[in-house]
Design a protein around this ligand. Structure first.
Ligand code: FES
Length: 109
């Protein structure tokens, strides 16, 4: 792991992550709360805090278009770009994630 780039190991592999029924797992790293979202075979990571009004995205659901849908007001954010699908200019913080033989890592800024 390259410390300079601040990649943080979050699990040895995807089977070590306990996802809720909504395919979202919540982890805490360096005072941040981050959602890991399982979409098909891939794994995405985003802030657990909705950029609209702070809703808890660990309680969200994932739609078929890889959007995470906030449980509070129903805004949808692309789990890939973070953009809200209404085009209102809200951006959900997305974290880069990589899976290697050594495990699953998230890049903190
Ligand atoms: S708090 Fe998430 S949509 Fe309003």
């Amino acid at each position: 792991m390259d410390q300079k780039e601040n990649w943080i190991k979050v699990a040895g592999n995807i089977d070590e992550i306990s996802f809720a029924d909504n395919n979202i797992a919540t982890i805490h790293i360096e005072e941040k709360t981050i959602c890991l979202a399982r979409t098909g075979d891939s794994l995405k990571a985003c802030s657990a805090k909705c950029p609209h009004a702070g809703g808890d995205l660990s309680e969200a659901f994932l739609d078929k278009k890889e959007n995470i849908v906030c449980p509070v007001h129903g805004y949808r954010f692309s789990i890939n770009s973070g953009r809200d699908t209404n085009g209102e200019g809200y951006f959900l913080k997305i974290y880069k994630i990589k899976e290697t033989e050594e495990g699953i890592f998230i890049k903190l800024e």
